[in-house]
Design a protein. Sequence first.
Length: 161
Amino acid sequence: MNKHAKILLILCVIGIIAVVVVLQRTKPDTNTNSPNVSPSITEKNNSSSFIESLRSRDYKPSPITIESTVSNNGVYTGYLISYISDGLKIYGRMNVPVGQGPFPVIILNHGYFNQSSFASGDGTQTMADILARNGYLTLASDYRGFGKSENDITLITLLRF
């Protein structure tokens, strides 16, 4: 092995060691939880711990409240709904077929939308219309901070850093 190859090999090994040391020093300590930070936030870098923390939580049920009737086209009725999730009021859209239930339920989730221009049903209403016309009850929740849904500003602030 010539002199240049040996120097290059030594520099590569030193570089790898430096990267490992830097990564170990910047790794967050998931064993210390601030009283204002939930365990799921401090464990966000470890996906299995995050999922386990979600599984171990107690989820409190909330009734779905019909806020208003949005549409009635003779085939289904569209409603603006709300419910409480982690103490926040969340809104969404529900389409209920005309007729005797029970109806099979499909939960729809929207893709990316600008929060400032989002309205309940954006991104899901076309599919919700098709499904409701074919006898399915559809529920499409607005994400936190979208439409009229409340947002947990503390959570957003922590996730940005």
